[in-house]
Design a protein around this ligand. Structure first.
Ligand SMILES: [Fe+2]
Length: 171
């Protein structure tokens, strides 16, 4: 993961936690996306060209169950998002969830601005509920698979994931 620090930014540990080490199987997530993409709808009046579908296929549902287990129960929703080429995502805070994991399924440089930092990631837990954030213009369509945590916040998911990783090491 590349990171760029701004002098006045929040510490990155409060904003974004890399979950690259988890086996996301991006090609399978993208295959499932192909079956769902015709159902995509506009995200909001504020960001009208940000498309979403709150469904997943078999791979995404399996991840949702695994992460529900990792965090010890509660609600974990799923979704795919598509940011169209040449469109930015304007600054906002995610109020409908406590935190989320985004898995980037496409190439193409684009930058997440959050808490005074400009970050790029391939798979990350992001503190979208506590910090305003925006996404720069992408030079091609940008597709994301998202796990949406409704009952656990960023710090809790991060802590539980750390415990889960320790069980893997111990096994
Ligand atoms: Fe967001």
């Amino acid at each position: 993961m590349e990171t760029q620090l701004s002098l006045f930014g929040e510490p990155i540990r409060r904003l974004l936690h890399d979950v690259d080490g988890f086996d996301w199987n991006a090609p399978r997530l993208l295959e499932d996306y192909e079956d769902l993409k015709d159902e995509m709808k506009e995200f909001s009046d504020y960001n009208p060209r940000w498309l979403k579908v709150h469904r997943a296929g078999p791979m995404g549902m399996q991840h949702a169950l695994t992460w529900k287990d990792i965090v010890g129960g509660g609600r974990v929703a799923v979704g795919y998002y598509r940011q169209l080429r040449g469109e930015e995502i304007k600054e906002h805070t995610d109020t409908g969830c406590m935190t989320r994991i985004n898995v980037l399924l496409t190439d193409g440089g684009c930058t997440l601005h959050i808490g005074g930092n400009a970050l790029s990631y391939s798979a990350a837990l992001i503190n979208v509920n506590q910090y305003r954030h925006s996404v720069g213009v992408a030079d091609r369509d940008r597709i994301i698979f998202s796990l949406i945590f409704l009952d656990h916040d960023y710090h809790e998911v991060k802590r539980r994931y750390g415990e889960y990783q320790e069980t893997l090491v111990a096994a």
